[in-house]
Write a new protein. Structure first.
Ligand SMILES: [Zn+2]
Length: 163
């Protein structure tokens, strides 16, 4: 199986496996990968491309470690967690009632995040939360609510919401 260069269309790329790969395109400064990475180099035009195995699993592993870090997180790390949750800056701004500008400043490192913002991202990652399919911004701006009746049924000592 020979790979084709996306730049000059030359067929037959040289491949190599780096012993330690600095994963800079994650947007984080301190992530290094051992194995699972193949670098392709075109002998004709010299362009390089990188293939990383199971990127979804890798990003989940990074997010899990960040969520449990016993230190405050950097702006880049907070951006990584937001993106891992599937929120745009605008969506998250609406949800937590901060301005988009404030979130941009946090992520660029020009201002420190308030603790609840950082905790929200950490807990959402730990709980495996994903952005829901309803409009969070619209929901967060709604100030009225109407309580519905919630019936829980006990079956074999377990509680479940009745259909
Ligand atoms: Zn090429």
């Amino acid at each position: 199986m020979s790979k084709k260069c996306t730049n000059c269309r030359h067929v037959g790329l040289e491949s190599m496996t780096p012993t330690l790969y600095h994963y800079k395109i994650s947007g984080l400064d301190n992530i290094y990968l051992k194995g699972g990475v193949t670098e392709f180099i075109c002998p004709s035009c010299g362009s390089r491309s990188t293939s990383i195995q199971n990127l979804v699993g890798l990003h989940r592993a990074i997010a899990d470690i960040l969520a449990l870090a016993k230190r405050r997180l950097s702006g880049n790390e907070l951006r990584f967690l937001r993106e891992q949750l599937g929120f745009s800056g605008e969506e998250l701004a609406g949800l937590v009632e901060y301005s988009e500008e404030y979130i941009r400043k946090i992520e660029s490192g020009s201002t420190s995040p308030k603790a609840p913002y950082e905790m929200f991202l950490r807990v959402a990652i730990m709980r495996g939360m994903k952005a829901p399919d309803y409009d969070l911004r619209e929901l967060s701006q709604r100030k009225k609510y109407k309580l519905e009746e919630l019936r829980f049924i006990n079956k074999d000592r377990d509680w479940k919401v009745a259909a």
